[in-house]
Ligand binder design. Sequence first.
Ligand SMILES: *[C@@H]1O[C@H](CO)[C@@H](O)[C@H](O)[C@H]1NC(C)=O
Length: 127
Amino acid sequence: MDLKGICVLSVILVVALTMTEGKTPPTKCQCKIAPRERKNCGPPGISAADCRKAGCCFNASVPGVPWCFTAKPKKVKKVCPADPRVRVNCGYPGITAKECTNRKCCFRAHPAGVPWCFYHRTVEEAC
Ligand SMILES: *[C@@H]1O[C@H](CO)[C@@H](O)[C@H](O)[C@H]1NC(C)=O
């Protein structure tokens, strides 16, 4: 192989490595999947650590079904934080409710001294 080929190969390798490294292991909640509905993830015999590093779930308690399987997508929902102290301003003083909802933000015209138009927060839904 020539030098250029080796160069291209190492670039591909580095990209592949950074892609797998960047994945975060799924939560327990994302791995609650009935054994028969599991979709295989990773080669047979993959270790639990490698499986989780690839962003998949590992559960070897049931024989005959994939042990390393694809996680469910994270369920998130947008909520308007109830605590006025954690509000992050999404508007300006005197903003109207309409202008605020146009910005897709939360509007609560109370209490005084905090932003009335503020950003949502995304929270993970329980399983
Ligand atoms: C593994 O899967 C089985 C069957 O779904 C479940 O009962 C068990 O709690 C799981 N174990 C872990 C550690 O998640």
